[in-house]
Design a protein around this ligand. Sequence first.
Ligand SMILES: NC(=O)C1=CN([C@@H]2O[C@H](COP(=O)(O)OP(=O)(O)OC[C@H]3O[C@@H](n4cnc5c(N)ncnc54)[C@H](OP(=O)(O)O)[C@@H]3O)[C@@H](O)[C@H]2O)C=CC1
Ligand SMILES: O=CC(=O)O
Length: 293
Amino acid sequence: MEVGFLGLGIMGKAMAVNLLRNGFKVTVWNRTLSRCEELVEQGASMGSTPAEVVKKCKYIIAMLSDPPAALSVVFGKDGVLEQMCTGKGYIDMSTVDTVTSTKISEAIIEKGGRFLEAPVSGSKKPAEDGQLIILAAGDKSLYDEVMPSFDVMGKKAFFLGEVGNGAKMKLVVNMIMGSMITAFSEGLALADKSGLSQTTLLDVLELGAIANPMFKLKGPAMIQEKFPTAFPLKHQQKDMRLALALGDEVEVSMPVAAAANEAFKKGISLGLSDQDFSAVYQVVKESSAASKV
Ligand SMILES: NC(=O)C1=CN([C@@H]2O[C@H](COP(=O)(O)OP(=O)(O)OC[C@H]3O[C@@H](n4cnc5c(N)ncnc54)[C@H](OP(=O)(O)O)[C@@H]3O)[C@@H](O)[C@H]2O)C=CC1
Ligand SMILES: O=CC(=O)O
Protein backbone atom coordinates (compact mmCIF):
# COMPACT_ATOMS: atom_id res chain seq x y z
CA MET A 1 0.00 0.00 0.00
CA GLU A 2 1.33 3.46 -0.87
CA VAL A 3 0.53 6.37 1.46
CA GLY A 4 1.40 10.04 1.66
CA PHE A 5 2.26 11.41 5.11
CA LEU A 6 2.01 15.11 5.94
CA GLY A 7 3.56 16.33 9.21
CA LEU A 8 6.63 14.74 10.78
CA GLY A 9 6.53 16.07 14.33
CA ILE A 10 6.86 13.85 17.41
CA MET A 11 3.89 11.71 16.39
CA GLY A 12 4.01 11.90 12.60
CA LYS A 13 7.63 10.84 12.42
CA ALA A 14 7.06 7.76 14.62
CA MET A 15 3.91 6.78 12.72
CA ALA A 16 5.55 7.18 9.30
CA VAL A 17 8.59 5.16 10.43
CA ASN A 18 6.26 2.35 11.52
CA LEU A 19 4.55 2.32 8.16
CA LEU A 20 7.93 2.12 6.39
CA ARG A 21 9.13 -0.70 8.66
CA ASN A 22 6.00 -2.65 7.85
CA GLY A 23 6.43 -2.52 4.10
CA PHE A 24 4.31 0.51 3.18
CA LYS A 25 5.60 2.82 0.46
CA VAL A 26 5.53 6.26 2.10
CA THR A 27 5.91 9.70 0.55
CA VAL A 28 6.49 12.34 3.23
CA TRP A 29 6.17 16.10 3.47
CA ASN A 30 6.83 18.40 6.39
CA ARG A 31 6.61 22.20 6.57
CA THR A 32 10.25 22.26 7.72
CA LEU A 33 11.43 20.13 4.81
CA SER A 34 14.75 19.19 6.41
CA ARG A 35 12.79 16.95 8.84
CA CYS A 36 12.02 14.66 5.88
CA GLU A 37 15.66 13.65 5.52
CA GLU A 38 15.66 11.08 8.31
CA LEU A 39 12.63 9.40 6.77
CA VAL A 40 14.17 9.44 3.30
CA GLU A 41 17.23 7.68 4.76
CA GLN A 42 14.84 4.99 5.97
CA GLY A 43 13.33 4.49 2.52
CA ALA A 44 10.62 7.15 2.18
CA SER A 45 10.13 9.35 -0.87
CA MET A 46 9.67 13.05 -0.35
CA GLY A 47 7.24 15.56 -1.81
CA SER A 48 8.11 19.24 -1.82
CA THR A 49 4.51 20.35 -1.18
CA PRO A 50 1.30 18.75 0.17
CA ALA A 51 -0.15 19.01 -3.36
CA GLU A 52 2.75 17.01 -4.77
CA VAL A 53 2.16 14.24 -2.20
CA VAL A 54 -1.57 14.14 -2.99
CA LYS A 55 -0.84 13.96 -6.73
CA LYS A 56 1.35 10.91 -6.16
CA CYS A 57 -0.65 8.96 -3.54
CA LYS A 58 -4.13 7.48 -3.34
CA TYR A 59 -4.24 7.70 0.48
CA ILE A 60 -2.85 10.68 2.37
CA ILE A 61 -2.46 10.83 6.16
CA ALA A 62 -1.95 14.14 8.02
CA MET A 63 -0.61 14.57 11.57
CA LEU A 64 -0.43 18.30 12.27
CA SER A 65 -0.27 20.41 15.39
CA ASP A 66 -3.60 22.21 15.60
CA PRO A 67 -6.62 23.58 13.68
CA PRO A 68 -4.71 26.42 11.89
CA ALA A 69 -2.04 23.94 10.74
CA ALA A 70 -4.61 21.35 9.59
CA LEU A 71 -6.53 24.03 7.66
CA SER A 72 -3.50 25.65 6.05
CA VAL A 73 -2.14 22.32 4.74
CA VAL A 74 -5.48 21.64 3.05
CA PHE A 75 -6.58 25.11 1.90
CA GLY A 76 -3.24 26.92 1.49
CA LYS A 77 -1.11 27.46 -1.60
CA ASP A 78 0.23 24.13 -2.93
CA GLY A 79 -2.11 22.51 -0.44
CA VAL A 80 -4.02 19.24 -0.46
CA LEU A 81 -7.08 20.59 -2.29
CA GLU A 82 -5.08 21.53 -5.38
CA GLN A 83 -4.65 17.86 -6.30
CA MET A 84 -7.58 16.26 -4.49
CA CYS A 85 -9.86 14.33 -6.83
CA THR A 86 -12.07 11.27 -7.17
CA GLY A 87 -10.37 8.08 -6.04
CA LYS A 88 -8.24 9.69 -3.34
CA GLY A 89 -8.71 9.48 0.44
CA TYR A 90 -7.58 12.02 3.05
CA ILE A 91 -7.15 10.88 6.65
CA ASP A 92 -6.53 13.62 9.20
CA MET A 93 -5.12 12.17 12.43
CA SER A 94 -4.39 15.55 14.07
CA THR A 95 -6.29 16.54 17.22
CA VAL A 96 -8.64 19.30 16.10
CA ASP A 97 -12.21 20.40 16.79
CA THR A 98 -15.39 19.43 14.96
CA VAL A 99 -15.63 22.72 13.06
CA THR A 100 -12.15 22.27 11.59
CA SER A 101 -12.70 18.64 10.73
CA THR A 102 -16.07 19.34 9.10
CA LYS A 103 -14.62 22.20 7.02
CA ILE A 104 -11.88 19.91 5.73
CA SER A 105 -14.28 17.03 5.12
CA GLU A 106 -16.66 19.19 3.07
CA ALA A 107 -13.85 20.59 0.92
CA ILE A 108 -12.35 17.14 0.24
CA ILE A 109 -15.75 15.68 -0.66
CA GLU A 110 -16.52 18.64 -2.94
CA LYS A 111 -13.39 17.75 -4.90
CA GLY A 112 -14.57 14.14 -5.26
CA GLY A 113 -12.33 12.68 -2.55
CA ARG A 114 -13.21 10.77 0.61
CA PHE A 115 -12.45 11.94 4.18
CA LEU A 116 -11.80 10.29 7.51
CA GLU A 117 -10.86 12.01 10.75
CA ALA A 118 -8.79 9.70 12.92
CA PRO A 119 -7.20 11.39 15.94
CA VAL A 120 -5.24 9.11 18.22
CA SER A 121 -4.93 8.48 21.91
CA GLY A 122 -1.47 7.46 23.06
CA SER A 123 1.73 9.39 22.98
CA LYS A 124 5.28 9.23 21.57
CA LYS A 125 6.09 5.71 22.84
CA PRO A 126 2.78 4.12 21.74
CA ALA A 127 3.30 5.82 18.35
CA GLU A 128 6.79 4.29 18.11
CA ASP A 129 5.46 0.89 19.18
CA GLY A 130 2.39 0.91 16.91
CA GLN A 131 0.12 0.89 19.98
CA LEU A 132 -2.08 3.93 19.38
CA ILE A 133 -5.84 3.98 19.90
CA ILE A 134 -7.42 5.32 16.74
CA LEU A 135 -10.68 7.28 16.99
CA ALA A 136 -12.00 7.37 13.44
CA ALA A 137 -15.13 8.87 11.94
CA GLY A 138 -16.32 9.81 8.47
CA ASP A 139 -16.21 7.66 5.33
CA LYS A 140 -16.62 4.00 6.34
CA SER A 141 -15.37 2.64 3.01
CA LEU A 142 -12.15 4.64 3.43
CA TYR A 143 -11.86 3.39 7.03
CA ASP A 144 -12.08 -0.22 5.81
CA GLU A 145 -9.55 0.36 3.02
CA VAL A 146 -6.91 1.97 5.24
CA MET A 147 -7.31 -0.56 8.07
CA PRO A 148 -3.96 -2.22 7.17
CA SER A 149 -2.24 1.09 8.00
CA PHE A 150 -4.26 1.46 11.24
CA ASP A 151 -3.25 -2.09 12.18
CA VAL A 152 0.40 -1.01 11.91
CA MET A 153 0.04 2.32 13.75
CA GLY A 154 -2.41 1.25 16.42
CA LYS A 155 -3.54 -1.47 18.77
CA LYS A 156 -7.23 -0.73 18.31
CA ALA A 157 -9.31 1.37 15.95
CA PHE A 158 -12.84 2.58 16.71
CA PHE A 159 -15.24 3.72 13.99
CA LEU A 160 -17.44 6.35 15.62
CA GLY A 161 -19.83 7.34 12.82
CA GLU A 162 -20.15 10.80 11.33
CA VAL A 163 -17.34 13.35 11.03
CA GLY A 164 -16.92 15.20 14.31
CA ASN A 165 -17.39 12.17 16.56
CA GLY A 166 -13.69 11.26 16.38
CA ALA A 167 -12.67 14.82 17.25
CA LYS A 168 -15.17 14.96 20.12
CA MET A 169 -14.07 11.62 21.58
CA LYS A 170 -10.44 12.69 21.45
CA LEU A 171 -11.20 16.01 23.18
CA VAL A 172 -13.21 14.30 25.93
CA VAL A 173 -10.33 11.89 26.58
CA ASN A 174 -7.71 14.65 26.63
CA MET A 175 -9.86 16.88 28.82
CA ILE A 176 -9.89 14.07 31.40
CA MET A 177 -6.15 13.53 30.96
CA GLY A 178 -5.30 17.22 31.41
CA SER A 179 -7.44 17.45 34.54
CA MET A 180 -5.85 14.28 35.94
CA ILE A 181 -2.25 15.37 35.45
CA THR A 182 -3.03 18.70 37.11
CA ALA A 183 -4.65 17.00 40.12
CA PHE A 184 -1.71 14.58 40.25
CA SER A 185 0.72 17.53 40.26
CA GLU A 186 -1.16 19.11 43.16
CA GLY A 187 -0.99 15.80 45.02
CA LEU A 188 2.77 15.55 44.48
CA ALA A 189 3.24 19.12 45.73
CA LEU A 190 0.94 18.57 48.71
CA ALA A 191 2.76 15.39 49.73
CA ASP A 192 6.13 17.10 49.47
CA LYS A 193 5.12 20.19 51.44
CA SER A 194 3.46 17.99 54.07
CA GLY A 195 6.75 16.23 54.70
CA LEU A 196 5.79 13.00 52.93
CA SER A 197 7.91 11.01 50.52
CA GLN A 198 6.71 11.51 46.95
CA THR A 199 8.13 8.12 46.02
CA THR A 200 6.01 6.50 48.70
CA LEU A 201 2.99 8.40 47.39
CA LEU A 202 3.65 6.89 43.94
CA ASP A 203 3.82 3.41 45.51
CA VAL A 204 0.55 3.98 47.39
CA LEU A 205 -1.21 5.27 44.26
CA GLU A 206 0.06 2.35 42.19
CA LEU A 207 -1.61 -0.18 44.51
CA GLY A 208 -4.99 1.49 44.79
CA ALA A 209 -8.12 2.18 42.78
CA ILE A 210 -6.71 5.29 41.07
CA ALA A 211 -3.58 3.55 39.74
CA ASN A 212 -3.09 4.29 36.07
CA PRO A 213 -0.34 4.03 33.42
CA MET A 214 0.08 7.82 33.20
CA PHE A 215 0.92 8.33 36.90
CA LYS A 216 3.24 5.32 36.73
CA LEU A 217 5.01 6.54 33.58
CA LYS A 218 5.29 10.25 34.40
CA GLY A 219 5.49 10.25 38.21
CA PRO A 220 9.14 9.22 38.74
CA ALA A 221 10.42 11.89 36.30
CA MET A 222 8.07 14.55 37.66
CA ILE A 223 9.38 14.20 41.22
CA GLN A 224 12.85 14.78 39.81
CA GLU A 225 11.42 17.82 37.99
CA LYS A 226 12.25 16.29 34.60
CA PHE A 227 9.75 16.64 31.80
CA PRO A 228 11.12 14.96 28.64
CA THR A 229 8.69 15.89 25.90
CA ALA A 230 6.31 13.22 24.67
CA PHE A 231 3.16 15.36 24.51
CA PRO A 232 3.99 19.08 24.41
CA LEU A 233 2.24 21.21 27.03
CA LYS A 234 1.11 23.67 24.33
CA HIS A 235 -0.87 20.86 22.64
CA GLN A 236 -2.48 19.80 25.93
CA GLN A 237 -3.60 23.42 26.45
CA LYS A 238 -4.97 23.48 22.90
CA ASP A 239 -6.98 20.34 23.69
CA MET A 240 -8.30 21.78 27.00
CA ARG A 241 -9.34 24.94 25.13
CA LEU A 242 -11.12 22.96 22.41
CA ALA A 243 -12.77 20.64 24.96
CA LEU A 244 -14.03 23.64 26.96
CA ALA A 245 -15.46 25.12 23.76
CA LEU A 246 -17.24 21.82 23.16
CA GLY A 247 -18.56 22.01 26.73
CA ASP A 248 -19.90 25.52 26.04
CA GLU A 249 -21.56 24.30 22.86
CA VAL A 250 -23.37 21.39 24.50
CA GLU A 251 -23.88 23.22 27.82
CA VAL A 252 -21.81 21.00 30.07
CA SER A 253 -20.22 22.78 33.01
CA MET A 254 -16.57 21.75 33.52
CA PRO A 255 -15.05 23.77 36.39
CA VAL A 256 -12.29 21.20 36.98
CA ALA A 257 -11.19 21.27 33.34
CA ALA A 258 -11.41 25.08 33.31
CA ALA A 259 -9.06 25.28 36.30
CA ALA A 260 -6.64 22.82 34.67
CA ASN A 261 -6.75 24.89 31.48
CA GLU A 262 -5.67 27.95 33.50
CA ALA A 263 -2.70 25.96 34.82
CA PHE A 264 -1.63 25.01 31.27
CA LYS A 265 -2.06 28.65 30.13
CA LYS A 266 0.18 29.69 33.00
CA GLY A 267 2.67 27.02 31.85
CA ILE A 268 2.78 28.62 28.42
CA SER A 269 3.40 32.04 29.97
CA LEU A 270 6.25 30.51 32.00
CA GLY A 271 7.93 29.28 28.80
CA LEU A 272 6.98 25.61 29.25
CA SER A 273 5.15 25.25 25.88
CA ASP A 274 7.52 22.72 24.37
CA GLN A 275 8.12 20.72 27.54
CA ASP A 276 6.01 17.69 28.29
CA PHE A 277 2.51 18.46 29.60
CA SER A 278 3.59 16.95 32.95
CA ALA A 279 5.55 20.21 33.40
CA VAL A 280 2.24 21.55 34.73
CA TYR A 281 3.81 20.37 38.01
CA GLN A 282 6.16 23.37 37.72
CA VAL A 283 3.13 25.63 37.46
CA VAL A 284 1.65 24.16 40.64
CA LYS A 285 4.96 24.58 42.46
CA GLU A 286 5.39 28.12 41.15
CA SER A 287 1.85 29.07 42.23
CA SER A 288 2.45 27.63 45.72
CA ALA A 289 5.67 29.65 46.05
CA ALA A 290 3.92 32.82 44.81
CA SER A 291 0.98 32.42 47.22
CA LYS A 292 3.42 32.31 50.16
CA VAL A 293 4.86 35.77 49.39
N1 LIG B 1 2.69 14.13 21.14
C1 LIG B 1 1.70 13.37 21.60
O1 LIG B 1 1.85 12.66 22.60
C2 LIG B 1 0.36 13.34 20.92
C3 LIG B 1 -0.05 14.32 20.06
N2 LIG B 1 -1.31 14.24 19.49
C4 LIG B 1 -1.75 15.26 18.55
O2 LIG B 1 -1.11 14.99 17.31
C5 LIG B 1 -0.82 16.19 16.63
C6 LIG B 1 0.69 16.28 16.38
O3 LIG B 1 1.32 16.25 17.63
P1 LIG B 1 2.92 16.22 17.76
O4 LIG B 1 3.51 15.37 16.72
O5 LIG B 1 3.18 15.94 19.19
O6 LIG B 1 3.25 17.74 17.48
P2 LIG B 1 4.60 18.44 17.04
O7 LIG B 1 4.52 19.83 17.56
O8 LIG B 1 5.78 17.59 17.38
O9 LIG B 1 4.50 18.46 15.44
C7 LIG B 1 3.58 19.32 14.80
C8 LIG B 1 3.64 19.13 13.30
O10 LIG B 1 2.75 20.09 12.69
C9 LIG B 1 3.49 20.85 11.73
N3 LIG B 1 2.94 22.20 11.63
C10 LIG B 1 2.74 23.09 12.62
N4 LIG B 1 2.18 24.23 12.14
C11 LIG B 1 2.06 24.05 10.80
C12 LIG B 1 1.56 24.85 9.74
N5 LIG B 1 1.05 26.07 9.96
N6 LIG B 1 1.59 24.35 8.49
C13 LIG B 1 2.10 23.12 8.26
N7 LIG B 1 2.58 22.29 9.21
C14 LIG B 1 2.55 22.76 10.47
C15 LIG B 1 4.92 20.84 12.25
O11 LIG B 1 5.81 21.18 11.20
P3 LIG B 1 7.27 21.79 11.52
O12 LIG B 1 8.15 20.60 11.75
O13 LIG B 1 7.62 22.56 10.31
O14 LIG B 1 7.13 22.66 12.74
C16 LIG B 1 5.02 19.37 12.68
O15 LIG B 1 5.18 18.53 11.59
C17 LIG B 1 -1.36 17.32 17.51
O16 LIG B 1 -2.65 17.64 17.07
C18 LIG B 1 -1.39 16.69 18.90
O17 LIG B 1 -2.35 17.30 19.73
C19 LIG B 1 -2.14 13.20 19.71
C20 LIG B 1 -1.76 12.18 20.54
C21 LIG B 1 -0.51 12.20 21.23
O1 LIG C 1 -2.92 13.46 23.08
C1 LIG C 1 -2.11 12.97 23.81
C2 LIG C 1 -2.13 11.59 24.22
O2 LIG C 1 -1.22 11.18 25.02
O3 LIG C 1 -3.03 10.86 23.80
